[in-house]
Write a protein that binds this ligand. Structure first.
Ligand SMILES: NC(=O)c1ccc[n+]([C@@H]2O[C@H](COP(=O)([O-])OP(=O)(O)OC[C@H]3O[C@@H](n4cnc5c(N)ncnc54)[C@H](O)[C@@H]3O)[C@@H](O)[C@H]2O)c1
Length: 287
């Protein structure tokens, strides 16, 4: 299905931990579409995950960097430019982590040091990465920057905890910096609001399996997979979306526009569990 959509383009991809990561799928698809990439993650994630395997497949290098550390980001951008022999065209921020979620602290019992860490890792790192590439003038004119978000930035979803606040900030940074970078260098900045997806970060969310079932039953097109997400992100790196900027773009099978689906309603009417409904062909056809 590859059609050289990104031929001649170069990009930096944050956040591939293992083959389930959304960033992993984006990296593979970007290379299949003709792009050259550089991969980055924290030193710990590089050790714990399998990013080196991905680097081999994508014929590239991995540069360690903690995205909350500006000195790390500076050396990352310098080394990326060295690798490419100059500027590059796109950047993916695919980073999220909440110590409150990890330690089971609920939203009405947050640890504020953990909250600061959640915001720094999951949102402010996006600002830091953009500010660093801009200061180093590392992106070509009409470049594209994308970060991954979730609908909990707009709607309250039980269990998403302080990550909801982080995603709201992330989306705001895309707008605020999108104005500055767009005006100056026609660089566009968007967030993609993805369906719940079974990745390492995703599985940390309270009640993830039920959340996925609910989203699936509510979405006329069904949940978007990590592979679907990669395809969508590639279009945002391509020249076909040059005037799209400062947007939060839902990539969720229609979930964000739904109030109640027939399928979900049937589940409640009958007091059935979602999985029972899914096994019934008559009801499965009713989205
Ligand atoms: N999985 C889902 O359901 C879902 C839904 C919507 C949005 N997202 C978003 O997609 C993005 C990618 O997550 P994923 O689901 O692929 O999970 P993942 O666990 O594979 O990826 C998260 C990545 O963040 C990296 N990271 C954490 N702290 C970092 C730091 N300080 N510096 C640099 N990197 C750091 C991790 O090493 C990991 O590679 C996240 O922003 C997540 O919130 C995920």
């Amino acid at each position: 299905m590859a059609s050289n959509l990104l031929k001649g383009k170069k990009g930096l991809i944050f956040g591939a931990l293992n083959e389930r990561s959304i960033a992993w799928k984006v990296a593979k698809r970007a290379v299949a579409e003709g792009a050259e990439i550089v991969l980055t993650n924290t030193a710990v994630s590089i050790r714990m995950g399998t990013i080196d395997e991905l680097a081999k497949k994508c014929n590239t290098i991995v540069i360690p960097a903690d995205a909350t550390n500006v000195a790390d980001l500076e050396q990352l951008i310098d080394r990326t430019m060295e690798h490419f022999g100059g500027r590059f065209d796109f950047m993916l921020h695919s980073i999220g982590m909440s110590p409150n979620v990890r330690k089971g602290r609920t939203y009405d019992d947050l640890d504020y040091d953990y909250l600061a860490k959640t915001l720094d890792v999951s949102a402010i790192s996006f600002h830091k990465a953009i500010q660093t590439v801009r200061r180093k003038d590392a992106l070509n004119e009409w470049g594209s920057i994308v970060a991954l978000s979730y609908i909990a930035a707009q709607r309250t979803l039980y269990g998403y905890n302080d990550m909801a606040d982080a995603k709201a900030l992330l989306e705001s940074i895309a707008r605020s910096f999108g104005y500055i970078y767009g005006r100056e260098k026609h660089v566009r900045i968007n967030t993609v609001s993805q369906s719940p997806t079974p990745t390492t970060a995703g599985e940390g969310v309270l009640g993830m399996a039920d959340l996925m079932e609910f989203a699936e039953s509510m979405s006329p097109l069904g949940n978007a997979t990590a592979e679907d997400c990669a395809d969508y992100v590639l279009t945002l790196f391509s020249d076909y979306t040059r005037k799209v900027t400062m947007q939060n773009l839902y990539h969720d099978g229609g979930f964000s526009s739904m109030g109640m689906s027939r399928r979900a309603m049937r589940t409640y009417e009958k007091g059935l569990r979602f999985e029972d409904v899914h096994q019934n062909q008559y009801l499965t056809d009713e989205k």
